[in-house]
Design a protein around this ligand. Sequence first.
Ligand code: V47
Ligand code: SF4
Length: 372
Amino acid sequence: MKKLPPELDMSVSTFTDKRLKSIFLNVLNGSRLSREDGICIYETHDLIGLGQMANHVRRSLHGNKAFYIYNQHLNYTNICKNRCRFCAYARDRKEKGAYAWSIEEIEKRLLDRIDEPVKELHIVGGLNVDLKFEYFIDLLKTVKRVRPEATIKAFTSVEIDYLSNLAGLSLEETIQRLKDAGLEMMPGGGAEVLNSRIHKELFPKKIGHERWLEIVRAVHQAGIKTNATMLYGHIETIEERVDHLVTLRELQDETGGFSAFIPLAFHSENTQLSHIPPTTAMDDLKNVAAARLMLDNFDHIKAYWVMIGEKLAQVALSFGADDLDGTIIEERITHMAGAKSAIGLTKDQMVNMITKAGFVPVERDSFYHPIN
Ligand code: V47
Ligand code: SF4
């Protein structure tokens, strides 16, 4: 077994949970962490030890750099037939606050911000039975026409499954049609926790574990990169979190199509699970560190400031995260569920958060190419 260099030996001597030492040796040897290691990572109270390990990996991959993107979210409709129990965003068609943007409305929202150097449009919405397949094709084409220089990162696997049924096309044909219309990347939402117990309890109408993986595999095979997420802080166990990470790691071994992983902290306000308290800072940082340590084949771990707050996202940069996502401009999904973070941030605010955390801000495009 590799001997630790003196500076790392020093850090290990400060670990209050000695179980972390053998995990760290595996990390340094480049040995893949096991399911048991993952469970230990979530169980430990040695947050500083965990942070040191995750920071070591993060710095060996990205040094002092921390990425961000100038992006804009567009949530084209909140009308959704699935009504997942954890979702505060969705509405029924006739319910107060229900909306569906026309293509003209989407164009207007893009034009309202046309002077800003937006590099990515993040487009997701509910499953609204009033929208035809052509709407989605028009949406992509319109966005590409108005903002040709920005990347379209759109639709979760849940929407892809829905669109394939709506169009009566195979998964492969659906993906190709969307790609031809301008789809370039897919966000990581919709996976929640890849587990049938949680699927049954929290989102029974939405696609389950196997279909989610099948769709992501097909999207990767079509040459489209995606992100992956995990919604934590509701009814899931530590073991279920670890299994989720291991499943993503296996798919990444197979396809190499994942770009970043984003842990999503559950917000319960205005949901059917409003009795569930908010996640704690300990849990938020552990999820970032666990992702960095377990997902050894993912290049990037995002700390999503919308869900864990701007201040903790800054700290997360030293606990394994190398990316703060972006400006967003107008976030809806988490704010409907009680998020207290800003609706959007300016580029200066993002740069300031990163710089004050001791990192070098790198503005990126959707594929992590630095901009200027
Ligand atoms: O799919 C829904 C989750 C996701 C709640 O890929 C909730 O770059 C917390 O996927 N509390 C949307 N989370 C957000 C998302 C995302 C965000 C930023 C970047 C990327 C990316 C992806 O939010 C949904 C669902 O998993 N969600 N309701 C809630 N109450
Ligand atoms: Fe619909 Fe997505 Fe909300 Fe579930 S999480 S109800 S699929 S908008």
